[in-house]
Design a protein around this ligand. Structure first.
Ligand SMILES: [Fe+2]
Ligand SMILES: [Fe+2]
Length: 199
C-alpha cells in the first residue's frame, strides 16, 4: 500500500493533532495548578505535556519519512474538546481521553497500520498507547484524591518530601507549610510511582 493513499497517513495526522492539543491543554492545566500554589501538580502536568509533545514528534516524523516529501498538507476531519473546566474536573476528563486513546484509538490505528504494511508505525501506536494508559492511571488517581480533598492525606503514615528544599517528614497528612523553607503544601511531592504500584 502506498503511504500517500493509506488510512494510516490520515490516522497519523489525526494523532499528531490530538497529541499537540493534549500537550497544550496540559500546559494550561499546569498554569492553573501553579496559580493555586500547587507546584507538584503543576510539575506533573508539565511532564505529561512534554510526553505528549514527544508523541506528536514521533507521529510527525513518521509522516515526513513515509511521504518522502510528497505530502505538503493533510486534510483531516476530527473532533477535539474545547473546554477548560476547573482543575479537578479537567483531571478526570483528561484521564478519560487518555483511556480512550490507550484502549481504543491507538490500538485500532496500530491494527490498521499493520494491515496496510506499516509495521514501524504500528509499533509506535502500540508503544504510545501503553504510555497513554499510564497517563490515564496518573490522572485518574490525582483526580480522585483531589475530589476527596485527600491529595496530601493517607490512611497510613507515609513520606512527604518538599520539592523545594528536600525536607522529609513521616505522617498521615503532609505539613500545611514546610517547616524549613515555608513553602505551602502544594510543593510537597506525591510519590506517584510508589503509590500507583501499590494499588
Ligand atoms: Fe500522548
Ligand atoms: Fe497522554
Amino acid at each position: 500500500m502506498e503511504f500517500n493513499d493509506s488510512t494510516t497517513k490520515i490516522n497519523l495526522a489525526r494523532s499528531f493533532a490530538a497529541e499537540c492539543q493534549a500537550g497544550a491543554r496540559y500546559q494550561f492545566m499546569s498554569k492553573m495548578a501553579l496559580q493555586n500554589q500547587m507546584q507538584f501538580l503543576s510539575d506533573t502536568m508539565k511532564t505529561l505535556a512534554k510526553n505528549e509533545m514527544a508523541h506528536a514528534k514521533v507521529f510527525y516524523d513518521h509522516i515526513l519519512q513515509n511521504s518522502k516529501g510528497n505530502v505538503r498538507n493533510i486534510a483531516i476531519e476530527a473532533g477535539f474538546p474545547f473546554e477548560m473546566p476547573a482543575l479537578e474536573t479537567s483531571l478526570m476528563e483528561e484521564s478519560k481521553n487518555e483511556t480512550s486513546e490507550a484502549e481504543n484509538i491507538y490500538p485500532s490505528f496500530a491494527r490498521i497500520a499493520r494491515d496496510e504494511g506499516f509495521i514501524e508505525i504500528a509499533k509506535s501506536f502500540e508503544a504510545i498507547s501503553k504510555i497513554e494508559a499510564s497517563h490515564a492511571r496518573i490522572l485518574k488517581y490525582l483526580a480522585n484524591l483531589y475530589s476527596k480533598k485527600r491529595l496530601y492525606k493517607r490512611d497510613n503514615p507515609t513520606e512527604w518530601k518538599c520539592s523545594s528544599c528536600g525536607h522529609v517528614e513521616h505522617s498521615k497528612e503532609a505539613y500545611k507549610c514546610c517547616p524549613v523553607c515555608s513553602l505551602p503544601q502544594g510543593y510537597v511531592i506525591i510519590d506517584l510511582e510508589k503509590e500507583l504500584s501499590s494499588l
